[in-house]
Design a protein around this ligand. Structure first.
Ligand code: 3HC
Length: 284
């Protein structure tokens, strides 16, 4: 099970970041978006990110050009036929992902490993949509994917050792440190992180401190690189709400019940960086 050619489905923050990571690590990448214009916009975003790295002296122009030459964008799922590993990174909606896995199973060659970047949904349910449940697993990157060193390798009860080993080798070739986790909502990081983020919103609702002061407190008091509100804005409030809802659905633990303000902000389309405004304003 050697992996050279990667398919990425989804062109959001994570799909784009994973595509950049794989391309700069020497893998051929086919990025599939719902339409050609969003695929093109994602390729442009990857180019911009690589240009910044060249300006900072972290990459040469040749490395940038070689990485860009390895990525292509398409709106056609059938273009993923000859990939060795597909990483799905579409919206956190089980029905959407199930349909996609069913389609990927029909389209890709027999040996292709199908992986999901989900952070909370049951990977086994996606595996069972396919005729190859032994070749389905989770590979959970963190935001921003080119920078964060962790990958959670998610082992559904159906996956084979060979599948996990091949995806581990891929993650390591991307310069990441993988940890193997059980197929349970939130795995390790989000199971611990999201009660904290949710409770930060609760503290603000209770009037304990301002948004800026809560962020300052957690940076200065705990040494975190970002405060909880800056991090919620980075992850996206819609994604954060979907993660909390999935955690609550699985465990019924009140710690995972999304604080009302978070739900209201998503309803108001205040989604964080991606919409220009969340707990902070990014429009200027
Ligand atoms: N793409 C590529 N490189 C990026 C980047 C991006 N999107 N964002 C930042 N970088 C690079 C910069 O080029 C810079 O590199 P350099 O130091 O070598 O020049 C480095 O990262 C640091 O960036 P900055 O100096 O601009 O800013 P910071 O020092 O504030 O670092 C940060 C930014 C890396 C995002 C840092 O604040 C951080 O680590 N924050 C915590 C992020 C975190 O917790 N992520 C996990 C979220 S949970 C998750 O993803 C799970 C999911 O399921 C929701």
């Amino acid at each position: 099970m050697s992996i050279a050619r990667i398919g990425i489905v989804g062109s959001g923050i994570m799909g784009s970041g994973i595509a950049e990571t794989a391309a700069t690590s020497g893998f051929e990448v086919v990025l599939r978006s719902r339409n050609q214009s969003t695929a093109d916009a994602t390729l442009a975003a990857i180019e911009k990110s690589l240009n910044r790295q060249v300006e900072k002296g972290k990459r040469t122009e040749t490395e940038r050009d070689e990485a860009l030459a390895r990525v292509s964008g398409t709106s056609n799922l059938a273009a993923l036929k000859d990939t060795d590993l597909v990483i799905e990174s579409v919206v956190e909606d089980l029905a959407v992902k199930k349909e996609l896995f069913n389609e990927l199973d029909r389209i890709t060659k027999d040996g292709t490993i199908l992986a999901t970047n989900t952070s909370t949904l049951p990977v086994v349910e996606l595996a069972m949509q396919t005729g190859r449940p032994d070749r389905v697993c989770g590979v959970h990157f963190f935001n921003p994917a080119p920078v964060m060193s962790l990958v959670e390798l998610v082992r559904p009860i159906t996956a084979s050792e060979e599948t996990l080993a091949a995806v581990r080798t891929f993650a390591e070739a991307c310069g990441k440190t993988p940890v193997t986790v059980k197929d349970q909502a939130g795995f390790v990081v989000n199971a611990l992180l999201f009660p904290y983020l949710n409770n930060a919103v609760r503290l603000y609702e209770q009037g304990v401190a301002s948004i800026a002061d809560i962020d300052t407190a957690m940076r200065g008091g705990c040494g975190f690189p970002m405060g909880p509100f800056a991090l919620l804005d980075l992850v996206g409030l819609d994604t954060s709400l979907a993660i909390l809802d999935a955690l609550y659905h699985e465990f019924k633990d009140p710690n995972y019940a999304a604080v009302p303000l978070l739900r209201r902000m998503v309803a108001a389309e205040l989604l964080g960086r991606k919409s220009g405004q969340g707990f902070f304003d990014y429009r200027s």
